[in-house]
Design a protein around this ligand. Structure first.
Ligand code: ADP
Ligand code: ASP
Ligand code: MG
Length: 384
């Protein structure tokens, strides 16, 4: 193997003991591959903690400053890991996103990678160094630090795979692959050996945080397989790749990070534009009689309320929590069998359905609330 990318997430690098496990894994792969590029996340819950501390200072901190702050988490991990690898006799150098040549657009807190100038990484690899790159960050045209959105280190890893034409990209985490449901919620969930880019995209878009949604788009676009594996075991793994056809349910996702906003207002275009211009991800924007209704992520709620308060101070805003259940599998909507089974189970357990949406690889059901026991029953009935 010539070049491999290894990405380690927050739980995998949470403390010195775990960093030692990670270093061991890197060394064993360095003995097999000529060039090793490692991408790291911030340790444990560092990013959450930094957000909390910033919000204690200001309810809605400036996004530029948040990027400056949050990018520090990854720097700590990269330098610690390099110190450890060097001590173990494996020369390593840490690089920030900007030192690694990662150029992004200017959308602070959810920037997109536009270009990677790989010269510096290549020079370091040429010298025989293991290159440890901070995930989740880059630099925009104004030379300001940007971040790629929560969970974005996965996207750094796949972007480097593409830019360096690496042979393999491993995403290591606390689970040994992609499962038929979140294994921390449904204990009998099954690990999948393979899942297609399209299906994985639906799993990620539905809110399973196991992989960042944009890394899958990139893998698909450049036809680069991604391998999800565990940091703490050599067994298992799931390959995310192109697949020809299949028509079974692969995974079930429950998403609680959703909120519906209802505004007594008729300014459809103005309000929609205001949200879009402020980079709010809006789902299902619609006008009904005297109200406008749309859905957003709970995590964007404060920002949306602040926007509405300052731009439309007189309008009445109501909100309600929602949940979304997604049943993912390419081709499962081509007959009504799976949908029928889902509806039967939800009816039996008196779950009020608010909306059903279908895509080529997903059945998505919006509900007020659904508990994990019912998700477990759905899993039992739908996953072969
Ligand atoms: P990292 O910190 O390494 O980036 P994440 O916490 O982002 O890891 O992703 C791993 C977590 O994703 C697991 O601990 C698991 O609870 C969750 N998860 C959700 N859905 C799935 C799924 N279908 N398969 C595997 N893990 C899942
Ligand atoms: N540290 C960032 C986050 O927690 C990025 C990542 O972990 O991928 O969202
Ligand atoms: Mg992650």
């Amino acid at each position: 193997m010539n070049t491999v990318i290894l990405k380690f997430g927050g739980t995998s690098v949470a403390d010195n003991i775990k960093l030692n496990v990670v270093a061991k894994k890197i060394i064993s792969l360095k003995n097999k591959a000529k060039n090793v590029v490692v991408v790291v996340s911030a340790q444990g819950k560092t990013t959450n903690q930094l957000i909390k501390e910033a919000q204690e200072l200001s309810a809605i901190p400036e996004e530029r400053e948040m990027d400056m702050l949050l990018s520090t988490g990854e720097q700590i991990t990269a330098s610690k890991l390099s110190i450890l690898l060097n001590r173990k006799g494996y020369p390593a150098v840490s690089l920030t996103g900007w030192q690694a040549g990662i150029k992004t657009n200017s959308i602070h807190t959810s920037a997109k990678i536009e270009q990677i100038y790989t010269k510096r990484i290549e020079q370091e690899l040429e010298k025989g160094n293991i290159v440890v790159v901070t995930g989740f960050q880059g630099l925009n045209e104004e030379q300001d630090i940007t971040t790629l959105g929560r969970g974005g280190s996965d996207t750094t890893a796949v972007a480097l795979q593409v830019a360096l034409k690496a042979d393999k990209c491993y995403i290591f985490s606390d689970v040994d692959g992609i499962y038929s449901a979140d294994p921390n919620m449904i204990t009998m969930a099954k690990r999948l050996d393979e899942i297609s880019f399209d299906e994985m995209q639906e799993v990620a878009d539905s809110g399973a945080k196991v992989l960042h949604d944009r890394c899958i788009q990139m893998g698909k676009k450049f036809d680069c397989d991604i391998i999800a594996k565990s940091t703490f075991s050599d067994e298992g793994g799931t390959k995310i790749c192109q697949q020809i056809e299949s028509s079974e349910v692969k995974s079930i996702v429950k998403n609680e990070n959703l909120i519906a906003i209802e505004i007594e207002n008729q300014q459809f275009y103005d309000i929609y534009q205001c949200l879009l211009e402020n980079n709010i991800l809006v789902e299902a924007f619609q006008k009904r009689e005297k109200v406008i209704e749309f859905r957003i992520k709970k995590s964007e709620y404060n920002k949306v309320i602040e926007l509405l308060d300052s731009n439309y101070p007189t309008c009445q805003v109501k909100q309600k929590d929602l949940m979304k259940l997604s049943v993912v599998g390419y081709g499962i909507i081509q007959d009504n069998q799976v949908l029928n089974q889902v509806i039967k189970i939800l009816k039996k357990y008196k779950i009020e359905i608010l909306e059903v949406n279908l895509t080529l690889a997903k059945i998505e059901i919006l509900v007020k609330e659904i508990n994990n026991e019912i998700v477990k029953i759905l899993h039992e009935q739908l996953i072969k």
